[in-house]
Design a protein around this ligand. Sequence first.
Ligand code: C5P
Length: 230
Amino acid sequence: MHLLIPAAGSGRRMGSERNKLLLPLLGQPVLAWTLQAAKQAESIEWIGIIGQPCDWQNFKAIVAQLGLEDTVQFIQGGATRQESVYCGLKGLPTTADRVLIHDGARCLATPDLFDHCAEALRDCLGLIAAIPVKDTIKVVDAPTQLITATPDRSNLWAAQTPQGFVVQDLLQCHEQGIRQGWEVTDDAALFEQCGLPVKIVLGEETNLKVTTPVDLAIAEFILKQRSMLP
Ligand code: C5P
């Protein structure tokens, strides 16, 4: 299975000058934890890291440290995650039929989750890891800050990555999105808007996306707990 890792963002919401994926987490950069899980997944044979040129040197050092030089290719990303994934899709080897996409910032996903998604992707066009939401979600009108709706929680799932797709279908959805000016925060949304089916694979509660400083503290706690397991 081919895996694309969008890693071309910044650290704005983290309050950091540098790419948040280079921030230290228990002695290793965030991206190293993500790559380590991908390396341990039996299904992953090829990894494309989508980044910005200013980070190449640091990314290459992480890849070398993990001994992944033969598995990893670097692909230049864009101004948004959506653009970065599109660049990644165009950078895939022509032999790639299906692809998993996993945010570099989701550094706690387990190798098992990659393998479950890869296995499930054999039988469908598109899928995402997701978990049922625990909170009651409100729809809010931004200018007035008034609640406009409370969707039935039993139908709501929180989207995670990995997300997996048939490469040619996802490429066409991205191109349709560019023509129509769609702006989305995950790839499943493009698939959905094109009327293609996206299946749910049960994700992991610990598969958080490192976004703000508190996420780093929680990630550190979870990794410490894991290291104490027999
Ligand atoms: O900002 P956020 O955490 O939602 O980004 C999700 C993932 O997309 C991160 O791993 C980030 O590095 C990546 N990204 C990207 N290109 C961008 C913006 C974000 O690859 N221009």
